[in-house]
Design a protein around this ligand. Sequence first.
Ligand code: C2E
Ligand code: CA
Ligand code: CA
Length: 412
Amino acid sequence: MTDANEKRPRRQILVVDDDPVQGAVISGVCRRLGYQPVFADSYQAAADLIAAHSFDCYTLDLSLGDRDGIELLRLIASSGVARRVIVISGCDERILSATVRMAHATGIVDAISLSKPIDLASLREALAFDGGRPSAQPASEDSSRPINAGDLRRGVDRNELYAMFQPKVDLASGRVVGCEALARWDSPIFGAVRPDLFIPIAEASDAIKPITLVMLRESMRLARDYLAVDPAFVVAVNLSATLLTDVGILDQIELMLDETGLPARALMIEVTESTAMSDVGRAMDVLLRLRIKGVGISMDDFGTGYSSLSALARMPFSELKIDRSFVNDFLKDADMRKVVAASVAIAHEYKMKVVAEGIEDADTWRALEELGCDIGQGFGISPPLSRKALDAWYGLWNPSASASRIRRAGVE
Ligand code: C2E
Ligand code: CA
Ligand code: CA
Protein backbone atom coordinates (compact mmCIF):
# COMPACT_ATOMS: atom_id res chain seq x y z
CA MET A 1 0.00 0.00 0.00
CA THR A 2 1.27 3.45 -0.84
CA ASP A 3 0.75 6.50 1.36
CA ALA A 4 -1.79 7.83 -1.12
CA ASN A 5 -3.76 4.62 -0.80
CA GLU A 6 -3.69 4.87 2.97
CA LYS A 7 -5.45 8.24 2.73
CA ARG A 8 -8.38 7.05 0.65
CA PRO A 9 -11.57 5.90 2.39
CA ARG A 10 -11.19 2.17 2.99
CA ARG A 11 -13.94 -0.16 1.87
CA GLN A 12 -15.34 -2.19 4.69
CA ILE A 13 -15.54 -5.94 4.46
CA LEU A 14 -17.29 -8.28 6.86
CA VAL A 15 -15.38 -11.55 7.25
CA VAL A 16 -17.63 -14.30 8.63
CA ASP A 17 -15.92 -17.55 9.68
CA ASP A 18 -16.25 -19.71 12.78
CA ASP A 19 -12.55 -20.64 12.53
CA PRO A 20 -10.57 -17.74 14.05
CA VAL A 21 -7.33 -18.77 12.28
CA GLN A 22 -9.01 -18.82 8.88
CA GLY A 23 -10.74 -15.53 9.76
CA ALA A 24 -7.40 -13.93 10.61
CA VAL A 25 -5.83 -15.11 7.33
CA ILE A 26 -8.72 -13.76 5.26
CA SER A 27 -8.74 -10.47 7.20
CA GLY A 28 -4.99 -10.11 6.59
CA VAL A 29 -5.41 -10.52 2.81
CA CYS A 30 -8.30 -8.03 2.86
CA ARG A 31 -6.24 -5.50 4.78
CA ARG A 32 -3.36 -5.78 2.32
CA LEU A 33 -5.81 -5.11 -0.52
CA GLY A 34 -6.94 -1.89 1.10
CA TYR A 35 -10.07 -3.09 2.87
CA GLN A 36 -10.98 -2.46 6.47
CA PRO A 37 -11.96 -5.93 7.70
CA VAL A 38 -14.48 -6.55 10.48
CA PHE A 39 -14.46 -10.12 11.75
CA ALA A 40 -17.48 -12.12 13.00
CA ASP A 41 -16.88 -15.63 14.35
CA SER A 42 -20.51 -16.71 14.73
CA TYR A 43 -23.87 -16.52 13.01
CA GLN A 44 -25.28 -14.19 15.66
CA ALA A 45 -22.31 -11.81 15.67
CA ALA A 46 -22.54 -11.57 11.86
CA ALA A 47 -26.34 -11.11 11.87
CA ASP A 48 -26.05 -8.26 14.39
CA LEU A 49 -23.37 -6.54 12.31
CA ILE A 50 -25.32 -6.94 9.06
CA ALA A 51 -28.44 -5.48 10.70
CA ALA A 52 -26.53 -2.51 12.05
CA HIS A 53 -24.21 -1.67 9.16
CA SER A 54 -23.95 -1.84 5.40
CA PHE A 55 -20.62 -3.31 4.27
CA ASP A 56 -19.07 -2.95 0.81
CA CYS A 57 -18.20 -6.62 0.58
CA TYR A 58 -18.61 -9.88 2.52
CA THR A 59 -16.74 -13.16 2.78
CA LEU A 60 -19.03 -15.83 4.12
CA ASP A 61 -18.20 -19.28 5.47
CA LEU A 62 -21.19 -21.50 4.68
CA SER A 63 -20.99 -23.72 7.77
CA LEU A 64 -21.14 -21.77 11.00
CA GLY A 65 -21.47 -24.32 13.79
CA ASP A 66 -25.13 -25.34 14.02
CA ARG A 67 -26.24 -22.44 11.80
CA ASP A 68 -25.43 -21.87 8.14
CA GLY A 69 -24.48 -18.94 5.95
CA ILE A 70 -27.63 -19.15 3.79
CA GLU A 71 -29.69 -17.17 6.30
CA LEU A 72 -26.95 -14.54 6.32
CA LEU A 73 -27.15 -14.33 2.54
CA ARG A 74 -30.84 -13.53 2.86
CA LEU A 75 -30.10 -10.89 5.48
CA ILE A 76 -27.48 -9.27 3.23
CA ALA A 77 -29.91 -9.36 0.29
CA SER A 78 -32.71 -7.84 2.35
CA SER A 79 -30.54 -4.77 2.98
CA GLY A 80 -31.62 -3.99 -0.59
CA VAL A 81 -28.22 -2.77 -1.78
CA ALA A 82 -26.29 -4.67 -4.45
CA ARG A 83 -23.19 -6.11 -2.76
CA ARG A 84 -20.35 -8.46 -3.51
CA VAL A 85 -20.43 -11.64 -1.51
CA ILE A 86 -17.65 -14.22 -1.62
CA VAL A 87 -18.98 -17.56 -0.37
CA ILE A 88 -16.27 -19.76 1.09
CA SER A 89 -16.86 -23.37 2.00
CA GLY A 90 -15.45 -26.85 2.33
CA CYS A 91 -18.69 -28.23 0.81
CA ASP A 92 -18.52 -29.75 -2.64
CA GLU A 93 -18.60 -27.65 -5.80
CA ARG A 94 -22.27 -28.37 -6.53
CA ILE A 95 -23.40 -27.04 -3.14
CA LEU A 96 -21.23 -23.99 -3.67
CA SER A 97 -22.61 -23.30 -7.13
CA ALA A 98 -26.21 -23.88 -5.93
CA THR A 99 -25.56 -21.38 -3.13
CA VAL A 100 -24.28 -18.83 -5.60
CA ARG A 101 -27.38 -19.38 -7.75
CA MET A 102 -29.57 -18.91 -4.68
CA ALA A 103 -27.70 -15.70 -3.83
CA HIS A 104 -28.33 -14.45 -7.37
CA ALA A 105 -32.02 -15.28 -7.01
CA THR A 106 -32.22 -13.14 -3.86
CA GLY A 107 -30.85 -10.23 -5.87
CA ILE A 108 -27.18 -10.44 -4.82
CA VAL A 109 -25.84 -10.33 -8.30
CA ASP A 110 -22.15 -10.33 -7.47
CA ALA A 111 -21.92 -13.54 -5.47
CA ILE A 112 -18.97 -15.80 -6.22
CA SER A 113 -17.67 -18.93 -4.55
CA LEU A 114 -14.29 -20.18 -3.33
CA SER A 115 -13.58 -23.67 -1.97
CA LYS A 116 -11.70 -24.42 1.21
CA PRO A 117 -8.80 -24.72 1.77
CA ILE A 118 -8.59 -21.23 0.38
CA ASP A 119 -6.12 -20.58 -2.33
CA LEU A 120 -4.89 -17.11 -1.42
CA ALA A 121 -4.30 -16.12 -5.04
CA SER A 122 -8.00 -16.79 -5.86
CA LEU A 123 -9.12 -14.88 -2.79
CA ARG A 124 -6.92 -11.99 -3.78
CA GLU A 125 -8.36 -12.08 -7.30
CA ALA A 126 -11.93 -12.17 -5.94
CA LEU A 127 -11.27 -9.19 -3.70
CA ALA A 128 -9.21 -7.19 -6.14
CA PHE A 129 -12.22 -6.02 -8.17
CA ASP A 130 -11.88 -2.58 -6.71
CA GLY A 131 -9.62 -3.00 -3.74
CA GLY A 132 -6.74 -1.85 -5.88
CA ARG A 133 -8.64 0.77 -7.79
CA PRO A 134 -7.12 4.22 -7.57
CA SER A 135 -9.25 6.95 -6.11
CA ALA A 136 -8.37 10.60 -6.31
CA GLN A 137 -11.24 11.54 -4.04
CA PRO A 138 -10.21 12.98 -0.71
CA ALA A 139 -10.90 10.78 2.32
CA SER A 140 -13.45 13.26 3.55
CA GLU A 141 -15.66 12.87 0.43
CA ASP A 142 -19.30 12.74 1.51
CA SER A 143 -20.97 9.58 0.20
CA SER A 144 -24.44 10.79 1.20
CA ARG A 145 -24.45 13.82 -1.11
CA PRO A 146 -26.37 13.52 -4.41
CA ILE A 147 -24.45 12.03 -7.34
CA ASN A 148 -23.76 14.50 -10.13
CA ALA A 149 -22.70 14.20 -13.76
CA GLY A 150 -19.09 15.11 -12.85
CA ASP A 151 -18.93 12.06 -10.54
CA LEU A 152 -20.07 9.90 -13.43
CA ARG A 153 -17.57 11.35 -15.88
CA ARG A 154 -14.76 10.83 -13.37
CA GLY A 155 -16.07 7.29 -12.84
CA VAL A 156 -15.81 6.61 -16.60
CA ASP A 157 -12.27 8.05 -16.71
CA ARG A 158 -11.21 5.79 -13.86
CA ASN A 159 -12.77 2.66 -15.36
CA GLU A 160 -15.31 2.30 -12.55
CA LEU A 161 -18.13 1.63 -15.02
CA TYR A 162 -18.36 -1.70 -16.74
CA ALA A 163 -20.80 -4.12 -18.37
CA MET A 164 -22.52 -7.13 -16.87
CA PHE A 165 -24.16 -9.53 -19.31
CA GLN A 166 -27.52 -11.27 -18.93
CA PRO A 167 -28.04 -14.33 -21.17
CA LYS A 168 -30.99 -14.60 -23.56
CA VAL A 169 -32.16 -18.10 -24.48
CA ASP A 170 -34.39 -19.62 -27.13
CA LEU A 171 -37.47 -20.72 -25.16
CA ALA A 172 -38.21 -23.82 -27.26
CA SER A 173 -34.71 -25.32 -27.24
CA GLY A 174 -33.07 -23.63 -24.24
CA ARG A 175 -30.15 -22.63 -26.50
CA VAL A 176 -28.30 -19.41 -25.64
CA VAL A 177 -28.90 -16.88 -28.43
CA GLY A 178 -27.01 -13.94 -26.97
CA CYS A 179 -27.03 -11.57 -24.04
CA GLU A 180 -27.88 -8.04 -22.96
CA ALA A 181 -25.20 -5.71 -21.61
CA LEU A 182 -26.26 -3.86 -18.46
CA ALA A 183 -24.20 -1.01 -17.02
CA ARG A 184 -22.73 -1.23 -13.53
CA TRP A 185 -20.88 1.40 -11.52
CA ASP A 186 -18.65 0.52 -8.56
CA SER A 187 -17.85 3.92 -7.12
CA PRO A 188 -15.24 4.24 -4.38
CA ILE A 189 -17.41 7.02 -2.91
CA PHE A 190 -20.98 5.83 -3.41
CA GLY A 191 -20.47 2.05 -3.54
CA ALA A 192 -22.37 -0.08 -6.08
CA VAL A 193 -24.76 2.36 -7.75
CA ARG A 194 -27.72 0.90 -9.66
CA PRO A 195 -28.28 1.93 -13.30
CA ASP A 196 -31.83 3.04 -12.45
CA LEU A 197 -30.14 5.80 -10.45
CA PHE A 198 -27.11 6.76 -12.54
CA ILE A 199 -28.46 6.34 -16.11
CA PRO A 200 -31.01 9.18 -15.71
CA ILE A 201 -28.22 11.44 -14.35
CA ALA A 202 -26.01 10.44 -17.26
CA GLU A 203 -28.85 11.06 -19.73
CA ALA A 204 -29.42 14.54 -18.37
CA SER A 205 -25.76 15.37 -19.08
CA ASP A 206 -23.20 14.41 -21.71
CA ALA A 207 -21.96 11.52 -19.53
CA ILE A 208 -24.29 9.06 -21.27
CA LYS A 209 -22.15 9.00 -24.41
CA PRO A 210 -18.86 7.84 -22.84
CA ILE A 211 -20.80 5.30 -20.73
CA THR A 212 -22.51 3.91 -23.83
CA LEU A 213 -19.17 3.74 -25.65
CA VAL A 214 -17.74 1.67 -22.76
CA MET A 215 -20.76 -0.64 -23.00
CA LEU A 216 -20.42 -0.96 -26.77
CA ARG A 217 -16.70 -1.66 -26.56
CA GLU A 218 -17.01 -4.35 -23.87
CA SER A 219 -20.03 -5.89 -25.62
CA MET A 220 -18.36 -6.05 -29.01
CA ARG A 221 -15.28 -7.72 -27.51
CA LEU A 222 -17.53 -10.29 -25.85
CA ALA A 223 -19.52 -10.91 -29.04
CA ARG A 224 -16.31 -11.36 -31.06
CA ASP A 225 -15.19 -14.12 -28.68
CA TYR A 226 -18.60 -15.85 -28.52
CA LEU A 227 -19.05 -15.66 -32.28
CA ALA A 228 -16.10 -18.02 -32.63
CA VAL A 229 -18.17 -20.74 -30.87
CA ASP A 230 -21.64 -19.67 -31.98
CA PRO A 231 -21.89 -17.77 -35.28
CA ALA A 232 -25.47 -16.66 -34.44
CA PHE A 233 -24.58 -15.02 -31.08
CA VAL A 234 -25.98 -11.48 -30.65
CA VAL A 235 -25.07 -8.95 -27.97
CA ALA A 236 -27.59 -6.23 -27.08
CA VAL A 237 -26.68 -2.73 -25.86
CA ASN A 238 -29.17 -0.18 -24.50
CA LEU A 239 -29.25 3.19 -26.26
CA SER A 240 -30.76 6.25 -24.58
CA ALA A 241 -33.09 8.73 -26.27
CA THR A 242 -30.45 11.47 -26.16
CA LEU A 243 -28.05 9.36 -28.22
CA LEU A 244 -30.71 8.38 -30.70
CA THR A 245 -30.76 11.94 -31.92
CA ASP A 246 -26.95 12.14 -32.03
CA VAL A 247 -26.03 11.18 -35.57
CA GLY A 248 -22.33 10.94 -34.53
CA ILE A 249 -23.13 7.76 -32.61
CA LEU A 250 -23.66 5.97 -35.92
CA ASP A 251 -20.12 6.64 -37.09
CA GLN A 252 -18.78 5.57 -33.73
CA ILE A 253 -20.69 2.28 -33.81
CA GLU A 254 -19.51 1.63 -37.35
CA LEU A 255 -15.90 2.42 -36.45
CA MET A 256 -16.02 0.13 -33.43
CA LEU A 257 -17.53 -2.69 -35.50
CA ASP A 258 -14.66 -2.27 -37.96
CA GLU A 259 -12.05 -2.17 -35.22
CA THR A 260 -13.35 -5.33 -33.54
CA GLY A 261 -13.98 -7.04 -36.86
CA LEU A 262 -17.51 -7.82 -35.70
CA PRO A 263 -20.30 -8.38 -38.25
CA ALA A 264 -23.14 -5.88 -37.71
CA ARG A 265 -25.66 -8.71 -37.30
CA ALA A 266 -23.96 -9.66 -33.99
CA LEU A 267 -25.03 -6.33 -32.47
CA MET A 268 -28.53 -5.42 -31.30
CA ILE A 269 -29.47 -1.95 -30.11
CA GLU A 270 -32.27 -1.79 -27.51
CA VAL A 271 -34.34 1.38 -27.40
CA THR A 272 -37.36 1.85 -25.20
CA GLU A 273 -40.70 2.53 -26.76
CA SER A 274 -40.83 6.02 -25.26
CA THR A 275 -37.27 6.69 -26.48
CA ALA A 276 -38.17 5.75 -30.02
CA MET A 277 -41.22 7.99 -29.91
CA SER A 278 -39.61 11.00 -28.26
CA ASP A 279 -38.37 12.48 -31.52
CA VAL A 280 -39.75 10.17 -34.18
CA GLY A 281 -38.11 11.90 -37.12
CA ARG A 282 -34.55 11.90 -35.81
CA ALA A 283 -34.91 8.53 -34.10
CA MET A 284 -36.18 6.97 -37.31
CA ASP A 285 -33.17 8.36 -39.14
CA VAL A 286 -30.63 6.74 -36.78
CA LEU A 287 -32.59 3.49 -36.39
CA LEU A 288 -33.10 3.07 -40.10
CA ARG A 289 -29.42 3.65 -40.84
CA LEU A 290 -28.44 1.12 -38.16
CA ARG A 291 -30.83 -1.43 -39.70
CA ILE A 292 -29.45 -0.79 -43.16
CA LYS A 293 -25.96 -1.51 -41.83
CA GLY A 294 -27.32 -4.82 -40.50
CA VAL A 295 -27.50 -3.96 -36.78
CA GLY A 296 -30.62 -5.34 -35.05
CA ILE A 297 -33.04 -2.97 -33.32
CA SER A 298 -35.08 -4.07 -30.35
CA MET A 299 -38.07 -2.26 -28.90
CA ASP A 300 -37.51 -2.47 -25.16
CA ASP A 301 -40.12 -2.23 -22.35
CA PHE A 302 -42.91 -2.84 -24.86
CA GLY A 303 -46.35 -2.18 -23.41
CA THR A 304 -45.32 0.65 -21.10
CA GLY A 305 -45.63 3.43 -23.68
CA TYR A 306 -48.75 4.89 -25.18
CA SER A 307 -48.24 4.58 -28.92
CA SER A 308 -47.13 1.01 -29.19
CA LEU A 309 -48.99 -0.08 -32.28
CA SER A 310 -48.23 2.90 -34.47
CA ALA A 311 -44.58 2.75 -33.38
CA LEU A 312 -44.41 -0.91 -34.31
CA ALA A 313 -45.88 -0.23 -37.70
CA ARG A 314 -43.58 2.66 -38.51
CA MET A 315 -40.24 1.78 -36.97
CA PRO A 316 -37.82 -0.78 -38.41
CA PHE A 317 -37.63 -3.00 -35.31
CA SER A 318 -36.29 -6.53 -35.57
CA GLU A 319 -37.17 -7.59 -32.02
CA LEU A 320 -39.80 -6.74 -29.44
CA LYS A 321 -39.17 -7.09 -25.71
CA ILE A 322 -42.26 -7.47 -23.62
CA ASP A 323 -41.88 -5.48 -20.42
CA ARG A 324 -41.13 -7.28 -17.17
CA SER A 325 -44.30 -5.97 -15.55
CA PHE A 326 -46.46 -8.02 -17.96
CA VAL A 327 -44.30 -11.11 -17.57
CA ASN A 328 -44.39 -10.92 -13.78
CA ASP A 329 -48.15 -10.75 -13.56
CA PHE A 330 -49.40 -12.76 -16.41
CA LEU A 331 -49.61 -16.22 -14.79
CA LYS A 332 -52.19 -15.00 -12.32
CA ASP A 333 -53.78 -12.37 -14.53
CA ALA A 334 -55.78 -13.52 -17.59
CA ASP A 335 -55.91 -9.97 -18.96
CA MET A 336 -52.11 -9.74 -18.95
CA ARG A 337 -51.97 -13.06 -20.81
CA LYS A 338 -54.21 -11.59 -23.50
CA VAL A 339 -51.95 -8.55 -23.80
CA VAL A 340 -48.90 -10.78 -24.18
CA ALA A 341 -50.65 -13.08 -26.68
CA ALA A 342 -51.77 -10.09 -28.75
CA SER A 343 -48.29 -8.55 -28.65
CA VAL A 344 -46.75 -11.82 -29.84
CA ALA A 345 -49.24 -12.06 -32.70
CA ILE A 346 -48.62 -8.49 -33.83
CA ALA A 347 -44.84 -8.79 -33.55
CA HIS A 348 -44.86 -11.97 -35.61
CA GLU A 349 -47.00 -10.21 -38.24
CA TYR A 350 -44.14 -7.74 -38.58
CA LYS A 351 -41.57 -10.59 -38.64
CA MET A 352 -40.08 -9.59 -35.31
CA LYS A 353 -38.73 -11.97 -32.68
CA VAL A 354 -40.47 -11.66 -29.33
CA VAL A 355 -38.41 -11.58 -26.15
CA ALA A 356 -39.95 -11.93 -22.69
CA GLU A 357 -37.83 -10.37 -19.97
CA GLY A 358 -38.11 -10.99 -16.24
CA ILE A 359 -38.66 -14.78 -16.38
CA GLU A 360 -38.13 -15.90 -12.81
CA ASP A 361 -39.56 -19.43 -12.76
CA ALA A 362 -40.31 -22.56 -14.77
CA ASP A 363 -44.09 -21.99 -15.00
CA THR A 364 -43.56 -18.60 -16.59
CA TRP A 365 -41.01 -20.02 -19.06
CA ARG A 366 -43.44 -22.75 -20.15
CA ALA A 367 -46.46 -20.47 -20.43
CA LEU A 368 -44.54 -17.90 -22.48
CA GLU A 369 -43.25 -20.60 -24.78
CA GLU A 370 -46.82 -21.83 -25.27
CA LEU A 371 -47.95 -18.31 -26.12
CA GLY A 372 -45.33 -18.22 -28.89
CA CYS A 373 -42.62 -16.05 -27.32
CA ASP A 374 -39.33 -16.82 -29.02
CA ILE A 375 -36.69 -15.75 -26.53
CA GLY A 376 -36.50 -15.42 -22.75
CA GLN A 377 -34.37 -13.53 -20.27
CA GLY A 378 -34.60 -13.33 -16.50
CA PHE A 379 -33.22 -14.27 -13.11
CA GLY A 380 -34.74 -17.76 -13.48
CA ILE A 381 -32.34 -18.36 -16.38
CA SER A 382 -29.45 -16.25 -15.13
CA PRO A 383 -28.95 -12.86 -13.48
CA PRO A 384 -26.62 -10.38 -15.21
CA LEU A 385 -23.07 -11.79 -14.91
CA SER A 386 -19.54 -10.46 -15.11
CA ARG A 387 -17.66 -11.49 -18.25
CA LYS A 388 -15.80 -14.17 -16.29
CA ALA A 389 -18.97 -15.51 -14.63
CA LEU A 390 -20.76 -15.56 -18.00
CA ASP A 391 -17.99 -17.69 -19.50
CA ALA A 392 -18.37 -20.16 -16.60
CA TRP A 393 -22.19 -20.12 -16.82
CA TYR A 394 -22.07 -20.67 -20.61
CA GLY A 395 -19.85 -23.70 -20.12
CA LEU A 396 -22.27 -25.25 -17.61
CA TRP A 397 -25.61 -24.38 -19.26
CA ASN A 398 -27.09 -27.45 -20.91
CA PRO A 399 -29.75 -26.21 -23.36
CA SER A 400 -31.79 -29.38 -23.83
CA ALA A 401 -31.59 -30.41 -20.17
CA SER A 402 -32.42 -26.88 -19.04
CA ALA A 403 -35.38 -26.48 -21.36
CA SER A 404 -36.88 -29.92 -20.72
CA ARG A 405 -36.19 -29.83 -16.98
CA ILE A 406 -37.74 -26.44 -16.63
CA ARG A 407 -40.68 -27.52 -18.81
CA ARG A 408 -41.23 -30.69 -16.80
CA ALA A 409 -41.05 -28.71 -13.60
CA GLY A 410 -43.74 -26.46 -15.05
CA VAL A 411 -46.06 -29.37 -15.80
CA GLU A 412 -45.74 -30.97 -12.37
P1 C2E B 1 -33.77 -2.83 -18.95
O1 C2E B 1 -33.10 -2.45 -20.21
O2 C2E B 1 -35.23 -3.13 -19.03
O3 C2E B 1 -32.94 -4.08 -18.39
C1 C2E B 1 -33.50 -5.16 -17.74
C2 C2E B 1 -33.47 -4.97 -16.24
O4 C2E B 1 -34.22 -6.01 -15.65
C3 C2E B 1 -32.06 -5.10 -15.66
O5 C2E B 1 -31.98 -4.24 -14.52
C4 C2E B 1 -32.04 -6.55 -15.20
O6 C2E B 1 -31.10 -6.82 -14.17
C5 C2E B 1 -33.45 -6.70 -14.69
N1 C2E B 1 -33.91 -8.09 -14.72
C6 C2E B 1 -33.54 -9.06 -15.55
N2 C2E B 1 -34.18 -10.22 -15.28
C7 C2E B 1 -34.98 -9.96 -14.23
C8 C2E B 1 -35.91 -10.77 -13.46
O7 C2E B 1 -36.11 -11.96 -13.71
N3 C2E B 1 -36.57 -10.14 -12.45
C9 C2E B 1 -36.35 -8.84 -12.14
N4 C2E B 1 -37.04 -8.31 -11.13
N5 C2E B 1 -35.50 -8.05 -12.84
C10 C2E B 1 -34.83 -8.60 -13.88
P2 C2E B 1 -30.73 -3.28 -14.30
O8 C2E B 1 -29.47 -3.93 -14.74
O9 C2E B 1 -30.84 -2.77 -12.91
O10 C2E B 1 -31.01 -2.10 -15.32
C11 C2E B 1 -32.09 -1.25 -15.15
C12 C2E B 1 -32.30 -0.36 -16.34
O11 C2E B 1 -31.22 0.57 -16.48
C13 C2E B 1 -32.32 -1.12 -17.67
O12 C2E B 1 -33.59 -1.69 -17.82
C14 C2E B 1 -32.05 0.02 -18.63
O13 C2E B 1 -33.20 0.76 -18.86
C15 C2E B 1 -31.08 0.87 -17.84
N6 C2E B 1 -29.71 0.55 -18.29
C16 C2E B 1 -28.85 -0.38 -17.84
N7 C2E B 1 -27.68 -0.33 -18.52
C17 C2E B 1 -27.82 0.65 -19.44
C18 C2E B 1 -26.96 1.21 -20.45
O14 C2E B 1 -25.82 0.78 -20.67
N8 C2E B 1 -27.47 2.25 -21.19
C19 C2E B 1 -28.73 2.74 -20.98
N9 C2E B 1 -29.14 3.74 -21.75
N10 C2E B 1 -29.55 2.23 -20.06
C20 C2E B 1 -29.11 1.21 -19.30
CA1 CA C 1 -32.87 -3.30 -22.18
CA1 CA D 1 -36.60 -3.81 -20.52
